[in-house]
Design a protein around this ligand. Structure first.
Ligand SMILES: [Zn+2]
Length: 280
């Protein structure tokens, strides 16, 4: 009897807690766009979106894989319209095309930013309803290799909010971080951080670790773009592409449609070179 009396209030309080934090309540929470206020599930949809974005970027590169760099380097990127719950979607993709265009400015990220705004303008001229923008304020760039100074400069001026990269570049990376260095305390005279900070994040996806380790194993004399045509690198990109194709949303109520649209975009990516809209 004593034992039963002890457990009853406990049981009742557990039942009350289950009722309060039941599935209906959890579902409402999922749809709150402010992830800071609403708990781990809502935070998870954002990290899952980052994961999908990164998988899509690797997939874009894998679909146009070359062992001879005839198009350009095996580097590519995708553009996320914004981080909000309702409008967030991948809207554009691009790959490095330095060789085929005989133009070494044609990095994946440059073509991504230039190409998307050019496409919007072409659509606008043809009477389509498109976002009324002239820059990429609030957008996120997922790119397979850490951005160089050229692409970081363009991201900065175009007000890109954030970039997430799938492999560090020990040679030409950390450009965005360098722009944020405050050297004003230097006695010889320095400079404040550059305006319009772009957040730069190394992806926590496993393929990032694998690529960095494989590049390290290739030895100190191998240039990163040569490593990126190796079979070793190709295998890792292939794994990412396979995972992307089989991936099922973990928070389907929020990311299900986002994932489907991302898959459709990646499906449309051809193996061969695709010129940008010429009417810029
Ligand atoms: Zn670049």
């Amino acid at each position: 009897m004593k034992k039963k009396g002890f457990y009853l209030p406990y049981l009742l309080s557990v039942m009350v807690m289950i009722t309060l934090a039941g599935p209906q309540r959890a579902q409402t929470k999922e749809f709150n766009s402010d992830s800071i206020k609403v708990g781990s599930k809502a935070i998870y949809w954002k990290s899952e979106r980052n994961y999908i974005g990164m998988l899509a970027a690797y997939s874009v590169v894998y679909k146009g894989w070359q062992s001879n760099n005839a198009r350009g380097y095996n580097i590519g990127s995708v553009l996320l319209r914004n981080d909000s719950l309702e409008n967030g979607r991948l809207v554009f993709w691009a790959r490095n095309c330095n060789t085929i265009t005989h133009n070494e400015t044609q990095h994946g990220e440059v073509r991504l930013m230039l190409g998307y705004l050019a496409k919007l303008n072409a659509d606008r001229k043809h009477g389509k309803r498109v976002p009324d923008i002239k820059n990429l304020d609030g957008y996120t760039v997922f790119t397979t290799l850490e951005p160089c100074a050229q692409c970081s400069g363009m991201m900065t001026l175009q007000k890109v909010h954030r970039t997430v990269y799938g492999q560090s570049d020990p040679g030409f990376g950390k450009a965005l971080e360098r722009l944020q260095i405050d050297s004003t305390p230097l006695t010889s005279g320095g400079y404040p951080p550059y305006p319009r900070k772009v957040v730069s994040e190394r992806s926590n996806i496993a393929y990032c670790d694998l690529l960095e380790q494989a590049y390290k194993n290739a030895g100190p004399d191998v240039h990163i773009t040569d490593f990126l045509k190796s079979d070793e690198a190709k295998k890792i990109f292939e794994q990412a592409y396979t995972e992307f194709r089989n991936y099922k949303a973990q928070v389907p109520s929020i990311n299900g449609q986002f994932l489907e649209e991302a898959k459709r975009m990646v499906e449309s990516v051809p193996k061969n070179f695709k010129p940008l809209i010429p009417d810029i």
